[in-house]
Design a binder for this molecule. Structure first.
Ligand SMILES: C[S@@+](CC[C@H](N)C(=O)[O-])C[C@H]1O[C@@H](n2cnc3c(N)ncnc32)[C@H](O)[C@@H]1O
Length: 253
């Protein structure tokens, strides 16, 4: 059996290259920085307090999302005081992220901190301390997703936002058949050829298949205590991925 931490140990160095191959580059469309008048729910589109937002990117991996969020807060929301903790259970992924950060404007910045932690047990993060909790392509790997959602709820301030980018379900049966053929047929093979590791990528494909689809995941977010805006998610590329959002109510409902 493949252990999740081991999977990401194996893929840390080739992670971004593999994402490009696996998604045919589409993952880059799912993570772009949008101006405020075209907000993507994963990003901030609220007025930020002058002290900036305290952000936490869980399962942050190599820091891809975290640095985009910091850029967004700095340049779009004009909030150079916003901070980011990049957290991951896997020290190798964070080490790769740290290495990459040296080539960014956040090299050794006091605005960025790194935390090796399990999303299900964020002991060092105080309750009611975070404005924005993000998790991108991470939660499907968590052993107990409900526990992680309750931890997200605990660490967020009342009014704080939970935002999750994750693979989801394609509703159109024809497109779904094409997508399944691609993911089960090609991705493990590409993993073998590009990263020399078929087993890890077979695991990734299966974890995508097993992850709850849009409505079910929305209900899990609500079950953790969050209020969801609108229907609770935005589909990306026909539902191949989705952004789910929840807000911690100011008063418990
Ligand atoms: C597919 S990567 C996503 C990385 C990054 N968020 C991105 O979008 O590029 C999934 C990450 O989840 C992390 N992970 C898996 N289980 C975890 C857990 N229980 N707690 C925290 N991180 C976890 C892995 O170590 C890995 O870095």
């Amino acid at each position: 059996m493949v252990i999740v931490a081991g999977v990401f140990d194996n893929v840390a160095a080739s992670y971004d290259t593999m994402n490009d191959f696996m998604s045919l580059g589409i993952h880059r469309l799912w993570k772009p920085l949008r101006p405020l008048h075209q907000p993507r729910p994963l990003y901030l589109h609220h007025n930020l307090p002058s002290a900036g937002w305290t952000m936490l990117d869980i399962a942050g991996g190599t820091g891809d999302i975290a640095f985009r969020l910091l850029d967004h807060a700095t340049h779009i929301n004009n909030s150079p005081a916003s901070t980011m903790t990049i957290s991951d259970i896997n020290a190798s992924m964070l080490a790769e992220g740290r290495k990459r950060s040296l080539a960014t404007s956040y090299a050794n910045s006091p605005r960025v901190s790194w935390l090796v932690a399990n999303a299900e047990k964020l002991d060092t993060i105080p309750s009611n301390s975070i404005d924005l909790y993000t998790v991108a392509f991470g939660i499907r790997n968590f052993t107990n997703k409900d526990v992680a959602l309750r931890e997200a709820y605990r660490v967020l301030k009342p009014g704080g936002v939970f935002a999750c980018l994750e693979f989801s379900g394609v509703k159109n049966p024809l497109l779904d058949a094409v997508y399944k053929r691609w993911s089960f047929g090609a991705i493990p093979l590409i993993g073998q050829l590009v990263a020399g590791d078929r087993e890890s990528y077979q695991y990734l494909v299966e974890s995508i298949e097993q992850f709850p689809k849009q409505e079910e995941f929305r209900d899990m977010i609500k079950e953790a205590g969050f209020v969801v805006p609108g229907k609770g998610w935005e589909d990306l590329t026909f539902g191949v991925a989705a952004i789910h959002k929840g807000v911690k109510p100011v008063e418990k409902v």
